[in-house]
Design a protein around this ligand. Structure first.
Ligand SMILES: Cc1ncc(COP(=O)(O)O)c(C=O)c1O
Length: 352
């Protein structure tokens, strides 16, 4: 089957671009002795997770317990980090069940979380690692003295094992926070085998934070509009695309695609001139997806010399690959126009 035979809208992944990304990020981290722990929330796909593990990933990151359940059931079960406060009996029961089947580490930023983890792990008699998330603007505990107090509580709690710290993201300006916190860990004699940083845009600066032992990158395999504009990915390296068809040309400067927010997600990118777009059309780089309804992409063609006709098919780079992939049941894997595989988005919709 050729790409021309795929019905639209469809999520496709260009295999040459995907493999190039998997190889270059893995090489970067291997050469610097930092573990790469891909975040599978982006693709939610076992086939891609297995490709990442085969290339040398130390383990994976899952945002949610249910994503980890899918990965473990599919054989991606070596070493999993869930960088999330797991709260509530329903999740804790599933978490400790998972800890029997894989090496598992979770993040915590409060005594409330730590107590729940410790009680569940001790009751189940499983080994559960815990890292302290430092406050970088979303979840996390600060200042460093408070983070270390929490680490000491984890260290003393029965059932759980203190494994270190994490930040999100891990930009260079987080380094003083990491250093200050680790100095306090040293003072109190607390262990920190794991110092985990993350996010794709800063990935190639990770070596400038030598304290990092591992790195969580999610979007690097497929890229997206932000990565194209930010320069980490060329158009070819933006491997995740939504194939769409022009279904209407209501005006000289307007085109309507057969996919909207249910194909691309509702994510928007703000250009330097203040305008926003919801995707980048590979064949028409001057076009702007100025908006979307659920099943229609609204394209402004005013800057285009050449304009697409009704029935023409285009490839659209999503702004944010993670919610985009979560909109699709399957990924069509294509190499040089030939379909090589169709992969389920195995953990699609797994948000608990
Ligand atoms: C905790 C955590 N780690 C790592 C990542 C991966 O970042 P990126 O998607 O930029 O690769 C994310 C993304 O949201 C995250 O929330």
């Amino acid at each position: 089957m050729r790409v021309e035979d795929i019905d639209t809208p469809a999520l496709i992944v260009d295999l040459d671009g995907l493999e190039n990304n998997l190889d270059r990020y893995q090489k970067y981290f291997d050469e610097r002795g930092i573990g790469l722990r891909p975040h599978i929330k982006t693709h939610k796909c076992l086939a891609i997770a297995h490709m990442q593990m085969r290339r040398g990933a130390m383990g994976i990151t899952c945002q949610k317990v249910s994503e980890a359940e899918v990965m473990v059931a599919g054989g991606v079960d070596r070493d999993i980090l869930i960088p999330f406060n797991i709260i509530g009996r329903q999740k804790l029961e599933r978490l400790v069940a998972l800890a029997r089947r894989t090496r598992l580490t979770v993040a915590a930023d409060s005594e409330y979380t730590v107590q729940g983890l410790a009680d569940a792990a001790a009751a189940a008699g499983v080994a559960l690692g815990v890292i302290v998330e430092l406050d970088c603007g979303r979840t996390g505990i600060g200042p460093p003295a408070a983070a270390v107090d929490l680490a000491a509580k984890i260290d003393q709690a029965p059932g759980i094992e203190l494994r270190g710290i994490m930040t999100m993201p891990a930009t260079l300006d987080q380094r003083p926070l990491i250093q200050e916190t680790l100095a306090l860990f040293d003072k109190r004699g607390l262990p920190y085998p794991v110092v985990s940083g993350g996010s794709t845009p800063g990935a190639f600066n990770a070596h400038q934070i030598p304290e990092l032992t591992e790195y969580r990158a999610g979007e690097y395999p497929v890229g997206g509009v932000g990565h194209l504009k930010g320069g980490t990915h060329s158009v070819e390296q933006c491997a995740g695309r939504v194939l769409m068809t022009v279904v209407s040309r209501p005006g000289e400067d307007r085109a309507i695609l057969d996919g909207g927010s249910k194909s691309l997600s509702g994510a928007t990118y703000r250009e330097e001139d203040g305008s926003t777009s919801m995707g980048h059309i590979v064949e028409y780089p001057d076009a702007r997806i100025e908006g979307a309804s659920e099943e229609h992409g609204h394209v402004d063609l005013s800057a285009c010399k050449r304009k697409p006709g009704i029935g023409e098919r285009v490839q659209v780079l999503p702004v944010h690959p993670c919610p985009c992939f979560n909109e699709h049941d399957e990924i069509v894997a294509v190499r040089e126009g030939e379909v090589e595989a169709i992969w389920p988005v195995d953990a699609r919709g797994r948000i608990r």
